[in-house]
Design a protein. Sequence first.
Length: 78
Amino acid sequence: MKAKLGVSALVLLFLGGLWLVAAPFAVGYQPRGAEYVDATVNDLWVGGGLAALAFVSLVIYAADALRELARRGKHAES
């Protein structure tokens, strides 16, 4: 149960980070063809960092889960 909650939180953080990256363009507060406004730069850095951190955490979690499954499979064969 705790693992599902943690993975769900990481997925939500990842999606939130992607939204922050897309928001300036989707919502329209970044004028097309103009130099990036401060809010856009902030959203890109914070959103990109948040999405990257969540993605790396998900990959680490998945690798650990696969390692645990392999360990259990090895013990089951013995």
